[in-house]
Design a protein around this ligand. Structure first.
Ligand SMILES: [Zn+2]
Length: 139
C-alpha cells in the first residue's frame, strides 16, 4: 500500500501475551484460557483475509486478519472492517485514516493486534454527509 505510514508493530506485546498464555495453560486443563468475543469470530469468518501464518497459541490452522478502519474523515463509517482491496481503494479516497490489523484463530479464539498504520493521500476532505441508517429509521 503506497501511502502506508506511521506503522506501529505489536509483536513484542504479542509475544508477552503468548508467554502469559503458556503460563496460564500449565494450570488449566482446557483451552478455556482463550475467550474470544463471538462477534470477533463471526467478523473473521465473514470479513477476514486468510493469512499464511499459523495459530501461535495451539497451531490450530491458518490465522485470519481483520482490518478495522478509524478516522474523522470516514464519518459514520469509522470503525468498519475493510478488506485489503478496499483499503487500497480508500487510500486515494481519504486524506488520512488509521488501520488496526487484528489476527484471529477461529478454532481456539486466539486474537491479538498485529499492527496499526495510517493510510490516505493526505488531501484534507470533509467527512461524508451522514446518510440515514437502519438504526436511524427504526431506532
Ligand atoms: Zn488457534
Amino acid at each position: 500500500m503506497w501511502s502506508k505510514r506511521r506503522t506501529v508493530d505489536y509483536s513484542l506485546q504479542r509475544r508477552r501475551t503468548l508467554e502469559d498464555l503458556r503460563g496460564a495453560l500449565r494450570t488449566l486443563e482446557s483451552r478455556d484460557a482463550l475467550d474470544a468475543d463471538p462477534m470477533l469470530i463471526r467478523a473473521a469468518l465473514h470479513h477476514g483475509d486468510l493469512t499464511e501464518r499459523r495459530c501461535p497459541a495451539f497451531d490450530c490452522g491458518r490465522l485470519i486478519e481483520l482490518h478495522y478502519t478509524f478516522g474523522d474523515q470516514l464519518g459514520q463509517y469509522s470503525g468498519r472492517i475493510k478488506s485489503i482491496p478496499e483499503l487500497e481503494e480508500m487510500e486515494s479516497e481519504y486524506g488520512e485514516f488509521t488501520v488496526y490489523t487484528v489476527e484471529v484463530c477461529i478454532e481456539c479464539g486466539w486474537n491479538h493486534i498485529v499492527e496499526s498504520y495510517v493510510l490516505g493521500d493526505s488531501v484534507v476532505r470533509k467527512p461524508p454527509r451522514k446518510s440515514p441508517t437502519v438504526e436511524d429509521i427504526y431506532g
